[in-house]
Design a protein around this ligand. Structure first.
Ligand code: ADP
Ligand code: MG
Length: 287
């Protein structure tokens, strides 16, 4: 590609709300065969709401939410803001340890609070099965389930629901029409991921991966041909850097934007097909 054609292509794409941060990305994107999407905040709104709280006997909803929210106040995860918004009390945590892709540990007053996935709580020696009975129903609806333990004893299950963006299904259909494979990668449970994928027409799902695992998943997908990864979160930065082309949602975190080759000005996925169209048009003109 000549510098002039790259400049013209980059300019045209910018008018359509697609910022190519590197000229090479215009070339790279035209060769992509698979688009991998992050789930939370990319396919979905990333603004989950607490829809259900199950408690063990003797624990009140107010206390659990206040303690959990105190812990979550230190986290930037969408699950954290959902819990903070649902809580009414104000407790402050003195110590918080955030474990990306897992959850967190916090000291709130005299209470030791552990919040996160069933797998994380199991690692901490806490059995979540006494409160797991509603999990199947929640995950089948695409909701995320997290568990809370207080002083090492299981206290609550919290379900949060995050709606898919109204534009996601059409954006994914447009990518398919361009002859691309579309996959979704998430740290969330497989059942939740499958339900969200079904709502938007995705049939390839990589679920229950830790933030490092997202990089490995991208590496594996890249072995079959050039891959673009689309993400918005802090946790997505390594995967954005690993993919042949990293695409950040413009409304995403600064870290994601800085790690990306392409930034979409719109807050949704419609710009991905636009970016691919622009890259293909530029490369076609050059050849
Ligand atoms: P995603 O791929 O949806 O962004 P993450 O990799 O960030 O998911 O997190 C995976 C799982 O770890 C979540 O579904 C949740 O169970 C748990 N988790 C991560 N961060 C938190 C948090 N701040 N509070 C509670 N649970 C969390
Ligand atoms: Mg995300």
């Amino acid at each position: 590609a000549t510098p002039t054609s790259i400049m013209v292509g980059t300019g045209r794409a910018a008018e359509l709300g697609v910022l190519f941060r590197k000229g090479a990305a215009l070339q790279g994107l035209s060769k992509v065969q698979l688009v991998a999407l992050d789930k939370t905040g990319t396919v979905t709104e990333g603004r989950p709401e607490v829809v259900d709280v199950l408690l063990v006997d003797g624990v009140t909803r107010e206390t659990v939410l206040a303690l959990t929210a105190a812990a979550e106040a230190a986290s930037e995860h969408p699950i954290a803001s959902a819990i903070v918004r649902a809580a009414k009390g104000v407790f402050a945590a003195s110590e918080v340890e955030v474990l990306p892709g897992k959850g967190l540990r916090a000291q709130v007053g005299t209470a030791k609070v552990t919040v996160g996935s069933d797998r994380f709580l199991a690692e901490e020696g806490i059995d979540t099965t006494p409160l797991a009975q509603a999990e199947v129903e929640h995950t089948a609806r695409g909701e995320t389930v997290v568990f809370v333990a207080i002083d090492g004893a299981l206290a609550a299950m919290i379900a949060v629901a995050d709606k898919v963006k109204p534009s996601s299904a059409a954006a994914i259909k447009a990518l398919r029409a361009q002859g691309l494979r579309v996959a979704m990668i998430t740290g969330d449970k497989r059942a939740t991921a499958m339900a969200i994928a079904a709502q938007v027409g995705i049939d390839e799902v990589v679920a229950e991966v830790l933030p490092d695992g997202k990089v490995n998943a991208i590496k594996e997908l890249c072995a079959h041909g050039p891959v673009a990864f689309v993400g918005d979160g802090i946790n997505d930065a390594p995967a954005l850097a690993q993919a042949d082309v990293g695409i950040a949602i413009g409304t995403g975190t600064d870290v994601a934007i800085e790690s990306a080759d392409v930034v979409l000005m719109s807050g949704d996925l419609s710009g991905v097909a636009t970016a691919i169209e622009a890259s293909r048009a530029t490369m076609a003109n050059i050849r």
